[in-house]
Ligand binder design. Structure first.
Ligand code: TYC
Length: 103
């Protein structure tokens, strides 16, 4: 940030206006083996959904193949994806979680 001094007053001459950082959708993908109750638990625990909303999202994934868990800056989205996959694998569930840029 550039500044000039006029009579001891700092003046910002070229304010940088940055575009907002890109956001990323975190999606859950359907599979034939992960229990529905486990998916609801993941949506409650990692995405802070109420049970009713978590149930609707789980059913959307089950019926349509994918569903939106949340929208976050890149680093948060990456962490969510890793946490969900680690959590599922540690419990022998094949649940898949992916991220894609929110256009
Ligand atoms: N299709 C799974 C079943 O019938 C349920 C399921 C829902 C799995 C959502 C994954 O992301 C998922 N048990």
């Amino acid at each position: 940030m550039a500044a000039r001094h006029q009579d001891d007053i700092a003046v910002v001459t070229d304010k940088q206006v940055s575009p907002p950082p890109p956001l990323y959708k975190v999606l859950l993908l359907n599979d034939d083996f992960t229990p529905m109750e486990f998916v609801i638990h993941v949506l409650e625990h990692f995405f802070h959904m109420a049970r009713e909303q978590a149930t609707l999202v789980m059913l959307k994934v089950h019926n349509e193949g994918s569903g939106l868990a949340g929208v976050y800056p890149r680093d948060v989205a990456e962490t969510k994806v890793r946490q969900v996959i680690d959590y599922a694998r540690n419990r022998q569930h094949p649940l898949q979680c992916v991220m894609e840029e929110n256009e």
